[in-house]
Design a protein around this ligand. Structure first.
Ligand SMILES: *Cc1c(COP(=O)(O)O)cnc(C)c1O
Length: 398
């Protein structure tokens, strides 16, 4: 083992041996001056790409006025961002926090209190196989990946797990578990391998939740905020959730989380039930407001749909028929290529060749570029990625 490059930082990540120094648009440069095309966007975070001039100017303005003030006061920028989210989702109220897991913690608290308010003393929440909801004790308990949970037992109780897109399994839960109060899933599973919930499944789950009085809680931390070509991925199915956690892309790189709720859930949390010191601070709120404003000005929903379609078609054309390519899936600029074997080495090989991407669920190449990605960026992604995938498939399967 070589000596660690950051000896005083806890070794919680497997990191590549270079550091990024700056970026512009869909490009980033490392401290040696090497250029990369960014098809990862810090894991679906840098919605507007790097150093977007409009965002930079707005954040500089905000930093010079007020970064943080606490929640003892009115924060008009919170109302501003809440309004933008409510208008685009059709929901009614937002709570602001700082990360994806915090948004999900708020959702879980809402579900439990929603149950308690109806006299259900030990409420249960339906969660999914291969789900990822974060790494706090409650959200890792909701997560459907033993690797994330191992070593952190005892897990939080009160979860019932079902497979994705299996309506019969959920109907069986409805018959057998009277304390269920909510169904909690990612509209498109991200860390689990870019696994979309089918539209007909989402519609059926919506109906079942209505029939049973359950909350439908859709974790759109990764797939929300325009990534699929609609503001929120569930809008492709023509449904609305009751509770929707958001984070990653919402601040275009500034940490911010939100849980957006409809009428069934919006008034469950009352004064004293929940809070956060940093949540909803003016800098994060400004980042959210400007991200949405700039996305609209620059037509980035349409761009995500169009460029995502080109990228998916290109991947299908170049890789689709190859033995060893199991599936190419996803929507807009949230795409996965599943191979029949582990391919974690592609992360480093692609970076070496000038392309940033990730591999998730061991076998799935994940592309979640900034929503400003261009046709030329798609061509370059394919030019670098396709030979690397072919090379990975030429080696004997492990
Ligand atoms: C990344 C992610 C989370 C956790 O977000 P953090 O900001 O890392 O806490 C939760 N849910 C989904 C779907 C995610 O992709």
């Amino acid at each position: 083992m070589p000596a660690p490059l950051m000896p005083h930082v806890m070794p919680t990540y497997g990191r590549l041996p270079f550091a990024l120094s700056h970026g512009r648009g869909s490009r980033v440069w490392d401290t040696d001056g090497k250029e990369y095309l960014d098809a990862l966007a810090g894991i679906a975070v840098n919605t507007l790409g790097h150093a977007h001039p409009k965002l930079v100017a707005a954040l500089q303005d905000q930093i010079g006025k007020l970064i943080h003030c606490g929640n003892y006061y009115q924060v008009p920028l919170q109302e501003g961002l809440a309004t933008l989210l409510v208008e685009r989702s059709g929901l009614t109220n937002a709570f602001f926090c700082n990360s994806g897991l915090e948004a999900n913690e708020a959702a879980l608290k809402i579900a439990r209190k929603y149950g308690h308010d109806q006299g259900i003393d030990l409420p249960e929440i339906v969660v999914y196989e291969k789900a990822f909801h974060g790494r706090s004790i409650a959200t890792l308990s909701a997560t459907g990946n033993p690797k994330v949970q191992q070593g952190f037992e005892p897990l939080v109780p009160g979860f019932v797990r079902v497979p994705m897109n299996d309506l019969a399994a959920l109907q069986e839960v409805a018959r057998s578990r009277p304390k269920v109060v909510a169904v909690f899933l990612e509209t498109i599973q991200g860390e689990g391998g870019i696994n979309p919930a089918r539209n007909d499944y989402l519609q059926a789950v919506r109906k079942l939740c209505d029939d049973k009085g359950w909350l439908l809680m859709l974790d759109e931390v990764q797939c929300g905020i325009g990534r699929t070509g609609k503001w929120f991925a569930h809008q492709w199915a023509g449904i609305q959730p009751d509770v929707m956690p958001l984070a990653k892309g919402l601040g275009s790189g500034v940490p911010v989380g939100a849980v957006v709720c409809g009428p069934k859930a919006a008034h469950v949390l009352q004064p004293g039930n929940h809070g956060t010191t940093f949540g909803g601070n003016p800098l994060a709120m400004r980042a959210g407001v400007e991200t949405i404003r700039i996305m609209e000005e620059d037509g980035l929903l349409g761009n995500a749909a169009r460029i995502g379609g080109l990228l998916k078609a290109g991947l299908q054309r170049e890789l689709g028929g190859l033995p060893g390519v199991v599936d190419i899936r996803g929507e807009g600029l949230m795409l996965g290529v599943e191979l029949d074997r582990p391919c974690g080495q592609l992360l480093g090989q692609a970076a070496e060749a000038g392309l940033l991407l990730s591999v998730t669920a061991d076998k799935v190449i994940r592309l979640v570029p900034p929503l400003i990605f261009s046709e030329a960026d798609v061509a370059e992604t394919l030019r670098i990625l396709v030979p690397l995938v072919k090379q990975a498939l030429a080696a004997p399967a492990a």
